[in-house]
Design a protein around this ligand. Structure first.
Ligand SMILES: Nc1nc2c(c(=O)[nH]1)N[C@H]1C(S)=C(S)[C@@H](COP(=O)(O)O)O[C@H]1N2
Ligand SMILES: [Mo]
Length: 260
């Protein structure tokens, strides 16, 4: 007789299989036909274990709240519309042609549509967002655990950081473009509450809050939670990216570690 765990695992793999038909891989092979898909759950576990060993940290959870605590309107901060031609075109057609890529130190680079992300197992969490500017807001987020996506891409052992590249250009018009970006170490990246969120309070993520996909890393301050993510890159060190300090605000002097 199958155990609950084995049943849950089978259902999970069945869903991944279904999602596989929607995934676009760099070589155009279907995820469901790849033997490594069968090992996805084991890969999530291995990645989490490796992250914990590397950083000797823990996966303690941030507090979660009740439906009654949810703020009626989740405040927006920073960029509230990237407003580029490319981004506006994605908004206009409901992000149907939008893709998020996973690249760098991975064995299986990915290019996923929003539908492919939504077909993966999701997590919903009601959490409090804390901005360094001194305000907080409680919202309900739904998305794919980043650990699942990283396991599908099969992170190489040399990788230590996950970099999030965003669609919003922070530079003044006419200046060299400077896109918002952020980064986490593998421990924080594989934390169970670290998700690629595509829903806020049960509705598609609004443009002001980072549509179509933004990061939620619930043990971190607001500026770590990149909005408008279009690329995820695995790297060994952060010095080669933009200002070299691991994030747009870090490059202006904020601290890279923003745990709360
Ligand atoms: N791409 C991008 N991500 C971003 C920002 C931004 O300006 N651009 N601002 C950050 C800051 S300082 C905060 S507090 C939160 C705000 O998220 P919200 O707009 O959903 O409140 O997003 C963070 N992520
Ligand atoms: Mo913030």
């Amino acid at each position: 007789m199958a155990t609950d765990r084995a049943l849950a695992r089978r259902r999970f793999l069945a869903r991944i299989g279904a999602a596989g038909t929607l995934l676009t891989l760099s070589g155009c092979t279907k995820l469901s036909q790849k033997p490594w898909v069968a090992n996805l759950l084991g890969e999530v576990e291995k990645l989490t274990l490796r992250a914990q060993r590397l950083f000797a940290g823990s996966h303690a959870l941030a507090p979660e709240y009740a439906e009654a605590d949810i703020a009626p309107d989740f405040r927006a901060n920073g960029t509230q519309d990237p407003a580029s031609d490319a981004y506006s075109a994605h908004v206009a057609n409901g992000f149907a042609d939008w893709r998020i890529t996973v690249s760098g130190l991975v064995e299986h680079p990915l290019s996923l549509s929003l539908a492919a992300l939504k077909a993966l197992p999701s997590r919903t969490q009601i959490t409090r967002h804390d901005c360094v500017e001194g305000w907080s807001c409680i919202g309900k987020w739904t998305g794919v655990p980043l650990a699942t996506v990283l396991a599908a891409a099969k992170v190489r052992p040399q990788a230590r950081y996950v970099v999030f590249h965003c669609a919003d250009n922070m530079a003044a018009a006419g200046d060299v473009p400077q896109f918002y970006y952020e980064s986490l170490d593998l421990l924080e990246a594989t934390h169970p509450q670290t998700i690629l969120a595509y829903e806020l309070n049960g509705a598609p993520l609004p443009v002001k809050n980072g549509a179509p996909v933004r990061l939620r890393a619930e043990r971190q301050l607001g500026y770590k939670m990149a909005k408008y993510i279009n690329g995820i890159e695995l790297v060994t060190d952060l010095s080669g990216i933009a200002g070299g300090r691991g994030g747009y605000w870090e490059d202006q002097g904020y601290s890279w570690y923003a745990g709360i």
